[in-house]
Design a protein around this ligand. Sequence first.
Ligand code: ZN
Length: 577
Amino acid sequence: MTDAPRFADIAEPTPDRAGLTESYAAIGAALDRGDRAAALDDWDRLRRRYETWAALVHLRFAQDTTDAAARADRDYADALSPEAADLETALKRRLLADPDHEGLAALTGPHALRLWQTDIATFDPAIKPQLEEESRLVARYTELLASAHLTIGSQTVNLAGLGPYAEHPDRAVRHEAERVRWDFFAAHSDELDSLYDQLVKLRHGMARTLGFADYTPLAYRRLRRVDYGPEDVVRYRQQIVRHVVPLVGRLLEARRADHGWDRLRYWDEALIDPAGNPGPVGDHDALVDAAQSMFDAMDPRLASFYRLMRQGGFMDLKNRPGKAGGGFCTSFPVAGVPFIFANFNGTHDDIGVFTHEMGHAFQNWESRRQPGVDYLWPTMEAAEIDSMALEFLSYPAIGHLVGEAAAGRFRRMHLIGALAFLPYGACVDHFQHDVYARPDATPAERHAMWVRLEKIYMPWTDYGDLAFLAKGGRWQAKPHIYGSPFYYIDYTLAQCCAMQFWVKSRRDYAAAMDAYAELCARGGSAPFQDLVQSAGLMSPFADGALAGVVREAASVLGLASDTFTGQTIFAPNPPRS
Ligand SMILES: [Zn+2]
């Protein structure tokens, strides 16, 4: 019997350009000899080791951003990355140039060829300087947001630290949190506009260099979307407008009436539960224990995997000075066990670490025996099904994390949050399509584009005295818009699939959990819609997929579907008198 893997034992020597070039030359020599299978094996091993090293370097920096050595290692890794991409792309081109695609697919699986075809269209050595510039601009955006020192009450917090205030039961505290947040963005609006303007023009230029009409088709390929295009996404957004926007409008109107407010303001949207949004049962140590009880109650596969993560030290969840913000799951393809990084803040966000990030981790673990490194993670919209579905599959056992008394309120809050997210997610996506279709638009014109779209997707929005938001500034706080263009619709596509798992689990929990674990084990071995179909789900692009889950949610939330036809026009706040 082998010892359980430990995070502390994972180590990889630092690669360099000469060594990588030599390794790729050896792989090329194996291809020259006609030994394609050996070449592919060596390449896969090389990529696993490289990715393990890069993941460790980035994780160590995130764990302590004040560590100068960790910072230097990260800068070195960022500089080596385009060189590695260059070597990798050249090899993909060479493999695909061999007309025997059938023989190649027999070794790698057919999906790898589709992914590489997509990858080679997104890179050319000619765009290396622009790629470096893109990283620099995105890093500046991240740095700008991280520099926020905000005063609320007697406290100084960063942007993430505003979280508990922004959903505080006291309306005046919520308003103050949003005023403080958006005053910060207003104070930096010129730089935020300038950074985005540069990014849009830079990306448009790269697309033109690579032979695309504009950035949108390049962005879809960078996200390795091989089985749908912008037309499908347009139709999906229309489904959200038709089936979700009216329902969210009704939920918000009900909240306004319950509280007896004359109008529902922007700062009221985060207070989903009238008694205060339910939070976690305890601090870090209590939650780490409680999560074990939750997974024990849910499924033996999840339970044993969580035990392995915990015993091996594959989690870093405590907030501490110097640690990077946010939460993520990363992986070490040599070891097979992924790692979860988070910053607990005492709100329900902490619960999402165990229900969302653990979904990513479980998928990566279940798919560790996939043949090639390309299949260890699915494309993002499929990866988010694995994480978001676990949020719903945790419903019956969520009392372990929030306390039995609050379990029902937590589920209701989560379901409303899941629905309310869809219009916002679609708006973020639509905005980016409009922006990259008109790369020469001025910053003021981009703000006007956002205002126009908000009226379609979130017609209830009332910013009150928050002037920066009323002028169309809300999108500037969304890091994906700057750093991961076109990524956002992925969450909304995955939500439709995750909610189908929820519906299934209400009928037969064990069967839904089995289908979920099987989907996780397939990793990224197939395109998005094939993965969805293999799990017995409807593609979000199919007519009726979204309407079906929304109907079930409406009924669970006590909004009878006969009064909700999907045609209802949202009744906005009552007119001012
Ligand atoms: Zn995720």
